[in-house]
Design a protein around this ligand. Structure first.
Ligand SMILES: [Zn+2]
Ligand SMILES: [Zn+2]
Ligand SMILES: [Zn+2]
Length: 131
């Protein structure tokens, strides 16, 4: 996975638009644009995924990133937006929405939060921390 690295832009009115960057959790070097998923974690005050494998300095010595469980919901956009007419079940969503736990480390998620590959939890990639 390559991380885009958007340079700061100077707007026509002279202001500067900065894209928040993700720093390596090993050496604090900036690696590129922060992803939507990382931003969401940061906003929620949760720890960010281990990105040392992306860092040219840390990659040779970095251990395999730890598996971490991630809860996802799959369903119709209307249902996810809670704008459907289905009856709400016990959870936050209606019965048409399936909740699933996947491994956030070994699943492929695009910057637009689209899940390309979902690795089921518990992850078979070993050393899973218990949820
Ligand atoms: Zn580093
Ligand atoms: Zn995993
Ligand atoms: Zn629904």
């Amino acid at each position: 996975m390559t991380r885009p690295n958007t340079p700061d832009r100077i707007n026509d009115d002279g202001t500067r638009t900065i894209t928040t960057k993700r720093a390596c959790n090993g050496c604090s070097q900036l690696l590129g644009d922060i992803t939507d998923a990382e931003m969401a974690l940061a906003v929620a005050g949760q720890s960010l995924p281990d990105v040392r494998r992306e860092c040219p300095t840390c990659a040779p010595t970095a251990p395999e990133p730890e598996c971490r469980p991630m809860r996802i919901v799959a369903g119709d956009a209307t249902c996810l937006a809670l704008k459907c007419d289905h009856e709400l079940t016990t959870g936050e969503y209606c019965g048409e929405v399936a909740e699933q736990v996947i491994c956030g480390t070994h699943s492929e998620i695009t910057n637009g939060s689209e899940i390309v590959h979902a690795e089921p939890w518990p992850c078979k990639h070993s050393k899973a921390v218990t949820a």
